[in-house]
Design a protein around this ligand. Sequence first.
Ligand code: TLP
Length: 346
Amino acid sequence: MDTIDLRSDTVSHPTPAMRAAMAKAAVGDDVYHDDPTVNQLEADAAALLGKEAAVFVSSGTQGNLCALLAHCGRGESILIGDTSHIFRYEQGGMAQLGGILPQTVSVQADGSMRLDELQAAINPDDEHMPKTRLVAIENTHNAAGGVPLSAEYTAQVADFARRNRLRFHIDGARIFNAAAAFGVEPKTLAEGADSLTFCLSKGLCAPVGSVLVGDAAFIQRARRARKVLGGSMRQAGVLAAAGLIALHEMRLRLRDDHANAQLLAEGLSEISGVTIMSQNTNFVTVSLHGQAGVNSQDLSQALREDHQILVAAYGGEESQFRLRTHYWIDRAAIDKVVKAVGALLS
Ligand code: TLP
């Protein structure tokens, strides 16, 4: 990748090892459970997350929706963070397609939801109200700036769910970043959850795919949901082959991305006009203030045109932009970005 693309970790391309593995992947018809590479990916994913079974899906959005459709019925509701990806950026698929209602709870700066607020949001057993069926958390939390949620917090939510007879789902799109940040095994962050979706196609570089894990009966229901969503694939082993490399090799290097994000934040913080709003895992959120003399849209355009550097600018008066590191962003790229921003704001 010649361009330095920091808009998201979703932009990461497959590695040469992935392309080679895809070319020689053993395949079969996955709807008949005949694809050995998909079967291997699902077995390995389930083991890594400490669950009985797994299903390979096309995206994080599809994995989350399959989970909600498998856990909840029409007219039931879920407790979900007000800034969560599932609530804000998945088109309300649960309501559009499943008749499931979201009941939002505020997400705190550390990505958590307060347990007393979750408790207060549960509907009483009253025929006027949708039955609250599930609680979902997001780890790492995207809108909170990639902040990882600890195993202790996850255990508290699991306990809350058990006491209230709710199912517990984790949108773990970046669960391996959280595991790397805490230095724990991924299964530690899934303990007590009934289901978890994780993505192979973000910082892990696979071209396509996510995996949903849970117990065997749940995964059977999720497979039915995947089918009706048009998500059952045939010779998907070519994709799963890249997924296996993501799971076993790329997962183990995420700390490099976190270190690079830290370097980037440190470098940018020296530039006058720049404030680092947050730096967690592989995310850096930057705000420009008056001294910068430009807003984030202008800066992002100049970075693109003059330096082939892509960042995601947003916010009106707040004028923020976000950067995310991934496999294709090395230390030399970090230096270039810091120099380019410094030159444009000088
Ligand atoms: N997030 C994308 C955009 O959709 C915002 C990104 O660039 O970060 N859960 C979380 C926490 C996510 O961040 C995303 C993608 C998803 C689910 C959905 O995954 P996909 O894009 O595979 O459907």
